[in-house]
Design a protein around this ligand. Structure first.
Ligand SMILES: Cc1ncc(COP(=O)(O)O)c(C=O)c1O
Length: 453
């Protein structure tokens, strides 16, 4: 490719016109698709295009997203979808929630980013709101952009506070893909290629097995390995909406206290209502020492994440060096304004209760379908609107997701396997939309089932 500053300027100019356009003409829409395919393949990641076959299976023109509202979005040619993927948990409030967008627009006109030197009010407001709504003694927060950064902060905080270096995590866990969080992940596909990760010991135990956590803590204690923290998702998301037994969280809370390790709840996907409680740990009335969140914290409008902890633990973030943990762009005013609005809407609408009710509506209906198609399904798992459809094999799961996609429903396969497909729509999805998803799923299942005969 010949490099040219002039071409770059002209190309960005053309795209700014498109960004500012209210509507796209059909020929512009087709041009956008062709350009996007080319750009992804040549400049972003060809593998994504090869992997996401469902986007091209739907017809001659690959689906290229453009705009959305509530639980529906449309592509550049105006084809609409019901979103049951919800940005992998980022879109609790749906696409472009008007109150979040309005708050961000207002802040945008004033000051999008902080000076870095004065006190920026919104950061403090958001930290106070989180202190008000997080469980137990949690009172302090630090803001970044992504879930993985929040977990990196949690890992560092646990190490600094305990002066220990080992962590206990779970098989199939998903905590993010930067080095520390990746070390806590429980999937070889992502851990193995980069090789040695976090320098301290990391022990993986089966998720939901409180006895395994207790044993590992005891072994570490007997062998003189200091455990800084036990990090778990309240309900495993990427692993396929796996709910632990009811004794799991209370027992690991007790065991971590006994051995002086911190309990870290990764609420990046479960937080802010998704599973039918405001926080996933609320299902078991457990108060973690550190809680991390991201995804829907930005209301589906801005990227923002947080790790939060108690005044006692936060001392090491403040003294002797208050700049021990910083990031220039994290927790900027735009991101904070989005999070303040997102929390406001979540509390006003009591969205966790909405998620519980809609989950209670959807899950038995999915179970009924799974019962009727036992050759396709292994079962349904999850709580609230974090539900997992488990299939006998990845091929069948893929056919169900692509069948749904052809029928205008987007669902979430786990990142590299379709054995399990998650249903995690925006919490604002309408009951009529849920019925429509169930109809289209039934249609898909009939088709897939016939081909199994
Ligand atoms: C439980 C959990 N933790 C951490 C992450 C990483 O978040 P991010 O992709 O924003 O880095 C994810 C992402 O799916 C997640 O589900």
């Amino acid at each position: 490719m010949e490099k040219s500053l002039q071409d770059a300027q002209a190309y960005s100019d053309r795209w700014l016109d498109i960004i500012h356009a209210d509507e796209l003409a059909e020929d512009t829409g087709k041009w956008v698709i062709e350009e996007s395919l080319h750009n992804f393949g040549e400049h972003f990641n060809q593998g994504w295009l090869n992997y996401r076959k469902s986007v091209t299976e739907a017809g001659d023109w690959a689906m290229t997203e453009w705009s959305g509202c509530g639980a529906q979005f449309r592509d550049v040619l105006g084809r609409t979808f019901i979103d049951c993927l919800g940005g992998y948990g980022m879109l609790d409030l749906g696409w472009g929630h008007p109150e979040v967008v309005a708050a961000v627009k207002a802040q945008l006109g004033r000051s999008p980013m902080p000076s870095q030197e004065l006190i920026d009010p919104l950061r403090g407001v958001l930290a106070r709101l989180l202190a008000l709504i997080t469980p137990g003694d949690i009172q302090y927060s630090f803001f970044a952009a992504s879930g993985t950064e929040a977990n990196e902060g949690a890992i560092k905080l646990a190490k600094m506070y305990t002066h220990k270096s080992a962590f206990i995590t779970s098989v199939n866990a998903f905590h993010g893909k930067t080095m520390g969080s990746l070390s806590m992940m429980g999937k070889a596909d992502y851990r193995e290629p980069p090789g040695v990760l976090y320098g301290g010991p990391v022990y993986h135990v089966p998720f939901g097995d409180a006895g395994a956590v207790e044993r590992q803590l005891e072994i570490c204690h007997k062998t003189g390995v200091g455990v800084a923290g036990v990090i778990m998702e309240p309900i495993q998301g990427e692993a396929g909406a796996i709910v632990p037994p009811d004794d799991f969280w209370p027992r690991i809370r007790q065991a971590t206290r006994q051995y002086g390790a911190l309990l870290i709840a990764d609420e990046v996907q479960t937080g802010l209502g998704r599973t039918g409680k405001l926080w996933g740990v609320d299902h078991w009335d457990v108060q973690p020492d550190i809680l991390t969140m991201a995804k829907s914290l930005g209301g589906g409008v801005m990227p923002i994440s947080a790790f939060c902890s108690t005044p006692e633990i936060w001392q090491v973030m403040m003294y002797p060096n208050p700049f021990i943990h910083t990031t220039t762009t994290g927790g900027g005013a735009l991101a904070c304004s989005a999070a303040i609005a997102a929390i406001h809407v979540t509390l006003r609408e009591r969205l966790w209760e909405v998620a519980a009710q809609k989950g209670d509506y959807l899950k038995p209906r999915l179970e009924e379908l799974a019962g009727r198609y036992p050759d396709i399904f292994k079962g349904i798992t999850g709580k609230g609107l974090l539900l997992g459809m488990h299939f006998h094999d990845g091929h069948v799961g893929y056919r169900v997701s692509s069948g749904l996609f052809k029928r205008g429903v987007l669902v979430a396969g786990t990142l590299i396997s379709a054995n399990t497909v998650r249903i995690e729509p925006p919490l604002v999805i309408q009951y009529e939309e849920l019925d429509e998803v169930l109809n289209r799923l039934e249609d898909t299942l009939k088709e897939v089932n016939q081909s199994l005969d």
